[in-house]
Write a protein that binds this ligand. Structure first.
Ligand SMILES: [Mg+2]
Length: 307
């Protein structure tokens, strides 16, 4: 066992004890109260009574702790243990502050003076396979060039997004547990970096998203990522191979929307959070789902089911 594995085991034990100690202490207190009541609310007065009081008390404590542990073990739906997590970005790690807007693309189109429906129309045509992903990027690029989008404009747009509360703390915890973290997004690498901050590569082992290529402040190309939609499953398979995992099921994919629905094809476990445009109860695509406002809730969910 190397140092990282030892540290990870120590953290797991600490967390398990922290999560269960309150319930065990409650069991012990309840046992003492029951023993006292069963003894007709009297403390033992001689050594014989004291012995039977102690024996009864210990029996109660033993049974109640056993009962509590049995409930904890049998009532919890758990999944195979994971070694890596792949996160989507928009709506999964970050959210948009503008009402009724959800993705970075919608906001860029709107901020450049277009209608949000212009963004949606292109998306619908791509989904209907009228053109490829790169052609979609090229059409978007032309529209953005007309409005002279600049890196500064992208920085301004980043202000409309924020990370979910507690994201960095939660990811720190997962890294301490020895979990590898990846980010795979249909958003834009530069925008993700502006929203997250300079320390983004301290958290993620790899980041895949579309890239805006600028020359002298002018947009020259949008390089489409091959890892969106069906590509999300391909990226997960690559992680499985590179990390030399026993199975893709040792990877948990966390996403929120319809471009994430292909991830399950990789064989990874999937978790739908704060769903949008998807049915999180479709068990073929999403193995579990969760709504949350703070990443503390998501961290607890992951720790109790996947670690
Ligand atoms: Mg998303």
């Amino acid at each position: 066992m190397n140092n990282i594995e030892k540290e990870s085991l120590k953290n797991s034990l600490k967390k398990w004890f922290r999560n269960t100690s309150n319930n065990i202490i409650s069991s012990i207190i309840a046992s003492i109260v029951f023993t006292f009541l069963l003894n007709k609310a009297e403390w033992p007065t001689n050594i014989e009574k004291y012995k039977s009081f102690l024996l009864l008390g210990l029996l109660f404590i033993f049974l109640s702790v056993l009962f509590f542990l049995a409930i904890k073990i049998f009532s919890k739906k758990t999944y195979p243990k994971i070694k890596a997590i792949v996160f989507d970005f928009d709506g999964t790690l970050s959210r948009c502050n503008v009402p009724d807007l959800h993705s970075t693309w919608e906001l860029i189109w709107k901020e450049l003076g277009y209608k949000v429906s212009d963004c949606h129309n292109l998306y619908k045509k791509f989904k209907a396979k009228e053109f490829t992903h790169q052609e979609w990027c090229n059409k978007t690029c032309k529209a953005f060039q007309k409005k002279e989008i600049s890196p500064d404009k992208l920085k301004d747009i980043a202000q409309y997004f924020e990370l979910f509360d507690g994201v960095k703390d939660a990811l720190d915890n997962l890294k301490q547990d020895g979990i590898k973290l990846y980010l795979i997004s249909g958003s834009i690498v530069q925008l993700i970096q502006y929203i997250w901050g300079d320390d983004i590569y301290e958290y993620f082992d790899d980041i895949k998203a579309n890239i805006f290529r600028f020359k002298k402040g002018k947009l020259t190309k949008i390089v489409g990522t091959k890892y969106d939609f069906e590509g999300k499953a391909e990226f997960i398979r690559e992680i499985y191979r590179n990390e030399k995992l026993k199975s893709p099921g040792e990877i948990l994919f966390i996403g929120n929307s319809d471009n994430d629905e292909f991830a399950h094809k990789s064989g990874a476990q999937t978790l739908c959070v704060n769903p949008r445009l998807v049915n999180p109860h479709n068990k073929k695509i999403w193995h579990d789902s969760l709504r949350f406002t703070d990443y503390k809730e998501l961290l607890e969910f992951i720790e109790s089911k996947y670690l």
